[in-house]
Design a protein around this ligand. Structure first.
Ligand code: MSP
Length: 521
């Protein structure tokens, strides 16, 4: 891919009704890694994240805590959701809150335009609503309750009773968009990824779409409907709009043209909103649909989706305090195939931390830098003649870099990391085979030693650049120890595989262990 194109990517906006758990952290670091990769490739990159602050769930959380909804979201965003981004070392370009003026006025403008185009009508509605999902549930997701909820209909995701709502609502003519949506999935085969998610969406649309209730009148915590202020916008159709209100829709045309359309990464639980309702809303408004929607899997605990409401949520800080933010990012992005579910366990995380980060990457960096200090006074040696073994490393680095970039294009962060990891494994094997400590004892092997150490350092240079989007903190330390000029996060990632960028004579410096061993109690 050539550099310089626009790359706009979003996380879902999170409900700040409660504190974040590692499932939210997972989505956020995945999007951040993709954004960092593109930014580092010279693409005109923009990463947007934020919070979804209206709706009944928020009202109830606030009431349960004896404060107003606005006070509640202000507190949770300031104390929990903004700090999460720092905890996880996320380099988002913007943070949108749906209670911000910029969002509210632009969202109203959007719905007014859909109203003006004739896609809205008023009607009566009675259906079962899940406050956890903030959604009228389709029949397929309504199940009979068990235990305390025996005899009640419950949500298949939240296992909590559904509420029967009867209201006068405004409706969006979603049903008119089935054919256009099917045509979209056909003509843009990458619109929904992975393949399994796409098939699910197509099957859902093929069943026929019902019109969507877009307003609520039983409470007022939301954005007033522009043509009837006795209703507020249904929280989902307010929230989805953040993806365009956050980049200038309706007031900064230049910004909007520059960024939109973008990519959305979402958990599979909210795929339909993004791959069906959202593109239909955009079609109705006469705007471009997203470039694509990628649905990732769930972090599971005991085989079920981790969730705060089921008391299975683990706070990201619990892991970051022990392992560090880089290890958090590395673990979730490498251990789970992006698009599939994955189970988290502390033991698995600790085992991978020690095997792959401490003993694999960290040790490679420490010993290469230490040998440079010991044998060459810390100065990057000039390589002499390359042997086949050296050339194999060079080819492997070039291939890994190209394959990793291709994997990122497919949104397969896990595959990109495993490509890059072939360099870590190959260099560790190379050191074992070339035995630089033996070469160092023989003056006649001085040139060979220089080539071997250069190969290690140059391989590490490529690793620092390629892993910077995944592990910004440790790669910055490594880059500085290698004597790299400027910031590692600014080194062109698509050129990382070209051999020979580290200049002989560069002064390296001491490197503290990147991933210290963790003594478990
Ligand atoms: N507010 C809506 C999204 C609106 S986007 C226009 C919402 N918020 S949420 O806070 O409940 O969840 C947001 C996202 O968090 C999910 O889509 C998913 O990406 C992530 N996850 C929440 N729990 C998760 C797991 N257990 N595992 C992986 N990701 C999870 O839905």
């Amino acid at each position: 891919m050539t550099s310089g194109g626009s790359f706009f990517i979003t996380t879902p906006i999170y409900y700040p009704s409660d504190v974040p758990h590692i499932g939210h952290g997972y989505t956020t670091v995945a999007v951040d890694a993709l954004a960092r990769w593109h930014r580092q490739s010279g693409d005109d990159t923009w990463m947007l994240t934020g919070t979804d602050e209206h709706g009944q769930k928020m009202m109830r959380a606030a009431a349960a805590n004896g404060v107003s909804p606005q006070e509640w979201v202000d507190k949770l965003v300031a104390e929990e959701w903004s700090p999460l981004l720092e905890t996880l070392d996320v380099a988002n370009d913007d943070f949108i809150r749906t209670t911000q003026e910029r969002h509210e006025t632009r969202a109203q403008k959007f719905w007014q335009s859909i109203y003006d185009r004739g896609y809205i009508y008023a009607g009566e509605y009675e259906a079962l609503y899940c406050v956890g999902c903030e959604e009228f549930k389709p029949d397929a997701e309504i199940v009979e309750g068990t235990g305390a909820f025996e005899g009640l209909m419950v949500c298949a995701i939240h296992s909590k009773p559904l509420e029967l709502l009867h209201e006068k609502n405004y409706f969006f003519k979603l049903s008119e968009f089935s054919d256009q949506l099917i045509e979209l999935y056909r003509s843009q085969p990458d619109f929904v990824r992975p393949e399994s998610a796409k098939n699910e969406v197509i099957a859902f649309v093929q069943q026929g779409l019902k019109d969507l209730s877009i307003s609520r009148s039983a409470f007022d915590w939301g954005i007033p409907i522009p043509w009837d202020s006795s209703h507020v916008l249904y929280v989902w159709i307010d929230a989805l709009l953040n993806y365009v209100t956050g980049v200038g829709y309706g007031s900064d045309e230049e910004d909007f043209q520059r960024r939109w359309p973008g990519y959305h990464v979402v958990g599979k639980d909210i795929l339909r909103f993004h791959a069906v309702i959202w593109p239909a809303m955009l079609m109705a408004a006469g705007l471009d649909v997203p470039r694509g929607v990628f649905a990732h899997g769930w972090l599971l605990v005991g085989g079920e989706k981790m969730s705060k409401s089921k008391a299975t949520g683990i706070a990201p800080t619990t892991l970051v305090d022990t392992f560090g933010s880089d290890a958090f990012r590395f673990y979730f992005l490498s251990a789970i195939a992006f698009g599939q579910d994955g189970s988290f366990s502390w033991e698995d995380m600790a085992a991978r931390y020690h095997a792959e980060l401490a003993n694999g990457f960290g040790n490679l960096a420490s010993r290469s830098i230490a040998m440079t200090a010991k044998y060459f006074d810390g100065s990057v040696p000039e390589p002499a003649e390359y042997t086949d073994a050296d050339r194999e490393i060079q080819k492997l680095v070039a291939d890994a870099a190209a394959n990793a970039d291709a994997a990122i294009e497919r949104f397969r962060i896990d595959q990109a990391i495993s490509e890059v990891w072939t360099i870590v494994d190959a260099l560790n094997g190379y050191i074992t085979e070339t035995e630089p400590w033996v070469l160092a004892k023989d003056d006649a092997q001085r040139d060979r030693l220089a080539t071997v150490i250069y190969t290690c350092l140059e391989g590490l240079r490529a690793l620092a650049v390629l892993l910077s989007p995944i592990m910004p903190e440790s790669t910055a330390k490594l880059w500085s120890a290698l004597g790299g000029a400027g910031e590692v996060a600014k080194q062109p990632v698509r050129e990382a595989g070209a051999w020979g960028q580290l200049a002989p004579g560069t002064q390296t410096s001491k490197l503290a262990p990147l991933f210290p061993r963790i003594e478990e109690d």
